[in-house]
Design a protein around this ligand. Sequence first.
Ligand code: SF4
Length: 103
Amino acid sequence: MTVRQDAPGDSGTQDLEVWIDQDLCTGDGICVQYAPEVFELDIDGLAYVKSGEDELLQDKGATTPVPLPLLQDVVDSAKECPGDCIHVRRVSDSVEVFGPDAA
Ligand code: SF4
């Protein structure tokens, strides 16, 4: 039996990174529920990405690598994000593969 499943995009094994546009974040925390290793709400009520060392990255447009085991959780966050403000892109050419600007 052959079962074809659509892969989530064609990102393959290429390195991906994620960033949040805080200007559009509603602060509902859905992303933190999906992937607390990657996202965190700060005291300003907005979500930020975290470094691999668990450090909150608050610079505008700051990115953090998406660990492969967490890719689906991060993609689900981007899909469910009410602010449409979670952007997942390829490190190699900065093309968005999941999020509001994905093709
Ligand atoms: S899911 Fe989107 S809108 Fe909600 S807290 Fe996370 S980044 Fe902000």
